[in-house]
Design a protein. Structure first.
Lengths: 125, 184
């Protein structure tokens, strides 16, 4: 059984690691968590994101938004790289998450087939 | 919604939208009384009496992005067709409590589903909110309190990858033990 003692040991390791990593300027991932998003599979998309982040050991800032009125395109997943516009991907499946993480978050190439909206940097922020 | 854990994830979004910084979830599975209850209590801004009266109406919402608010009405319908009901208590400036009760053995009661996924999603996406989860299964308890975890982490973000892995295992093992399942 996992214990708090184990968590304390993990803290010691992570405190060292935190010194080496700067939290500013991380890529941002935003998941739509309205009723429509949840019913369409946002939780499973979120779990796939967490799995990819762990497996690839990348540092990203993950947050959520509510219903933005594009219910028919849920689950929605936005990616915004530092200094770039915000790209909204629609009808995202857990399988799509790997492509979005590898192609866009890590390599900076937008996955055009899945894009449903774009927000230029500074627009609507 | 095909799972109660998805309703739970959805209902907690109301607490988050109401600017709560402490959300308590209590699940009770009581076989003796053939009753399952899911209760979410928050310290958010609460609702006025007039909002409270309309809140189950699917065509009522305080949001501007669309003119329907389905979360609570879907949860209420699910409880009502499973021999139960949904009750909301709220006070402006104090908080809100939503409790759904189901007849445990009712054929229309949705399965509990992936509670671990719901809890992790809530914690990772809302690291500044404190979440207390209490689950009682036929007299046995499992509790996870993010305030306690944050104290132990001493400044390390609760949504840091390795911490999330620890919580994933902690929740998985806790829920398995609760149900008397073997943990490897």
């Amino acid at each position: 059984m996992k214990s708090l003692e184990e968590l304390r040991r993990l803290r010691e390791t992570l405190q060292q690691d935190m010194l080496a990593r700067n939290g500013d300027g991380n890529p941002r991932i935003i998941v739509g968590m309205g009723t429509c998003g949840i019913a369409a599979g946002a939780r499973e998309v979120m779990q796939a994101i967490m799995q990819q982040v762990r497996e690839r050991n990348i540092t990203v800032t993950i947050s959520q938004t509510g219903c933005i009125g594009m219910c028919e395109k849920e689950p929605l997943m936005d990616v915004q790289l530092p200094g770039k516009g915000r790209i909204t991907y629609g009808h995202v499946t857990p399988k799509d998450v790997e492509s979005i993480i590898v192609q866009h978050v890590i390599n900076g190439q937008i996955v055009e087939d899945l894009v449903v909206a774009r927000l230029e940097e500074g627009e609507g922020q | 919604m095909r799972e109660l854990s998805l309703h739970l994830l959805d209902i907690v979004q109301n607490s988050i939208a109401a600017a709560a910084d402490l959300i308590e979830i209590e699940i009770m599975e009581d076989f003796k009384s053939d009753r399952l209850s899911i209760k979410v209590t928050d310290n958010g801004r609460g609702m006025s009496r007039s909002v409270l009266q309309s809140v189950i109406d699917p065509f009522f919402t305080t949001r501007k992005t669309r003119s329907v608010g389905l979360g609570l009405s879907l949860f209420a319908q699910s409880a009502q067709r499973s021999g139960g009901d949904l009750v909301i208590r709220s006070k402006e400036g104090v908080g809100t409590e939503v409790e759904a009760v189901f007849q445990y053995s009712h054929i229309d009661r949705p399965p509990m589903g992936d509670l671990q996924g719901t809890l992790l999603t809530l914690i990772v996406l809302n690291p500044t909110i404190d979440l207390v989860y209490r689950h009682n299964y036929d007299g046995r308890d499992f509790v996870i309190d993010t305030r306690e975890i944050k104290r132990e982490l001493d400044g390390i973000p609760i949504n840091q990858g390795q911490v999330v892995s620890w919580m994933q295992d902690f929740i998985q093992e806790g829920l398995a033990q609760l149900r008397g399942g073997r943990v490897e």
